[in-house]
Design a protein around this ligand. Structure first.
Ligand SMILES: *[C@@H]1O[C@H](CO)[C@@H](O)[C@H](O)[C@H]1NC(C)=O
Ligand SMILES: *[C@@H]1O[C@H](CO)[C@@H](O)[C@H](O)[C@H]1NC(C)=O
Ligand SMILES: *[C@@H]1O[C@H](CO)[C@@H](O)[C@H](O)[C@H]1NC(C)=O
Ligand SMILES: *[C@@H]1O[C@H](CO)[C@@H](O)[C@H](O)[C@H]1NC(C)=O
Ligand SMILES: *[C@@H]1O[C@H](CO)[C@@H](O)[C@H](O)[C@H]1NC(C)=O
Ligand SMILES: *[C@@H]1O[C@H](CO)[C@@H](O)[C@H](O)[C@H]1NC(C)=O
Ligand SMILES: *[C@@H]1O[C@H](CO)[C@@H](O)[C@H](O)[C@H]1NC(C)=O
Length: 437
């Protein structure tokens, strides 16, 4: 009887399906698959036009989706959304051209702070609201619980809080009966945290506590470089043995110009296509930080055009930034790894063992993996950390970015981007919060 009710419920659920249904994405072993059994490789673009939710204006989304399809993208990444808004029009606009979404669950006032990490019900409820809003779209590929929450080795005691968020959002996903939407983390590329942070989020005997995927924001391959010269070979070496999918959640050095995107050949070619699941290019819109693939027109005087915020038009018909857009498009057009079929891979996937939890090292990784994850409502106990609590020594408020990251300019970026100093970061957060309100 229960079975019958269940299949009726499933039937009812599938009949609500919208016109542009795409096969859903799931994480199996260390790869992503479409529900039709084909492996999914991410060819993505970071999409955040203003501080506000970019997935509410269907006209705008349709204009952008059309040019993204021409670029060869199959995925966007969005950093800040408002779960109260209606996203049907935009999600259809993207689904109609086969584009999937990775969305950050956190926003300006719910993100982790490595100076004083905590994980509480206010954050969880906000994350749940985003999941509630997006779970039913077939083209939701996955969600991030945080972006670059840790940027310092001695900020490593934030990692248990990130992992607690993964645990609780996964439990919520199960409790609501949502499909197994992949839940993971987008890391800053900090060599001193490699590979411990990745391994820590993936490790453990209980899959309910572990990330479904891991991803890195990588700005290592700039201009004319190579798999070994860029450091990509080390990234790959560092992730061998990882039992969950891994991909690049931001890439694309700004300098030297023009942007060549030669790293795409390594990512989708034999160097990485057996182990990594693709890349997301930072970013769609040309703005002060100068990473844009498209622009909406020449810059204007921000005094006379307040919609432009800082002189950059943020809506309208997109035009490619030349030759960068075409350079990327030409690479992607030739790069179509077939991957492995799920039917072939699933036996191998089920025999994968979780990666070992990293041990603590003197003056290094400070998270003791034998200590339980924080519970909901817990704040880092700075006194306990100095006597062998869940983390390392008290972290500092002065965020210094890794070498690769420092190449990016300080600017008021829309997407929770790297900024050069904590001061600017704070201004960003405060400004963003004002806009968000
Ligand atoms: C599965 O769906 C993807 C995305 O639409 C498509 O590229 C692929 O060809 C499909 N595979 C099969 C076996 O139909
Ligand atoms: C992070 O926490 C520190 C310590 O409590 C605080 O001074 C700082 O303002 C916080 N940063 C943000 C962006 O909220
Ligand atoms: C979570 O922590 C934030 C920052 O301290 C606070 O504003 C908020 O009220 C807390 N939420 C709960 C439910 O305690
Ligand atoms: C991981 O990368 C670091 C530098 O980024 C390197 O020193 C280390 O040897 C690598 N570890 C493995 C297991 O490849
Ligand atoms: C939606 O986007 C279009 C195209 O940029 C624009 O013309 C229109 O004004 C926008 N609508 C709203 C409500 O902002
Ligand atoms: C990876 O790329 C190479 C070179 O294009 C190709 O021969 C190979 O089939 C690809 N591997 C997978 C798993 O798709
Ligand atoms: C944490 O690391 C930063 C950068 O390496 C350093 O400036 C700071 O003093 C360290 N803080 C502690 C408490 O060790």
């Amino acid at each position: 009887m229960f079975k019958e009710i269940l299949s009726l419920a499933i039937l009812a659920a599938t009949q609500i399906a919208t016109a542009a249904d795409l096969p859903t994405i799931s994480a199996v072993g260390s790869k992503f698959f479409y529900s039709n059994g084909t492996q999914y490789y991410i060819k993505g673009v970071a999409y955040q036009l203003t501080y506000q939710d970019p997935l509410v204006n269907e006209t705008q989304c349709t204009l952008d989706a059309s040019l993204m399809a021409e670029l060869g993208a199959n995925t966007i990444r969005v950093y800040h959304v408002d779960p109260e808004q209606d996203h049907d029009g935009c999600m259809s606009a993207f689904a109609n051209v086969g584009i999937y979404l990775f969305v950050d669950l956190d926003t300006f006032d719910t993100q982790f702070n490595q100076s004083l990490p905590y994980w509480n019900q206010t954050q969880l409820s906000a994350f749940e609201a985003v999941l509630d809003t997006f779970h039913d779209y077939s083209n939701l590929a996955g969600v991030f619980v945080a972006n670059e929450a840790l940027t310092l080795l001695n900020g490593s005691d934030t990692a248990p809080f990130v992992k607690a968020a993964i645990r609780d959002v996964k439990a919520y996903r199960q409790s609501k009966g949502y499909r197994d939407i992949p839940i993971g983390y987008s890391a800053a590329d900090i060599p001193s945290l490699r590979p411990m942070l990745q391994d820590y989020l993936a490790c453990g005997s209980d899959p309910a506590d572990a990330a479904d995927f891991y991803s890195l924001n990588v700005y290592e391959w700039c201009g004319d470089s190579s798999f070994d010269g860029s450091g990509y070979s080390e990234l790959v070496a560092n992730s061998s043995g990882l039992q969950i999918p891994i991909f690049i959640s931001e890439t694309g050095c700004r300098l030297p110009k023009p942007r060549l995107f030669d790293d795409q050949d390594a990512i989708f070619g034999s160097d990485m296509n057996g182990t990594w699941s693709g890349a997301i290019i930072y970013e769609w819109i040309e703005e002060t930080n100068d990473y844009g693939l498209i622009s909406y027109g020449p810059t204007v005087d921000p005094q006379s055009n307040t919609a432009a915020l800082d002189g950059f038009i943020r809506s309208g018909t997109p035009s490619p930034v030349s030759p960068d857009f075409t350079n990327l498009k030409n690479h992607w057009a030739t790069l179509n790894p077939t991957g492995v079929a799920l039917s072939v891979y699933s036996a191998q996937a089920s025999s994968l063992k979780p990666i070992a939890c990293p041990a603590t090292t003197p003056n290094g990784w400070m998270v003791n993996p034998t200590i339980a994850l924080p519970s909901l409502g817990e704040t880092l106990d700075l006194a306990a950390t100095s006597t062998g609590g869940i983390g390392g020594p008290p972290p500092t408020a002065s965020a210094k970015k890794g070498a690769a990251v420092a190449m990016k300019p300080a600017s008021m970026m829309m997407g929770g981007k790297e900024v050069a100093t904590m001061g600017i970061s704070l201004i960003c957060v405060m400004l963003g919060f004002l806009f968000w309100l």
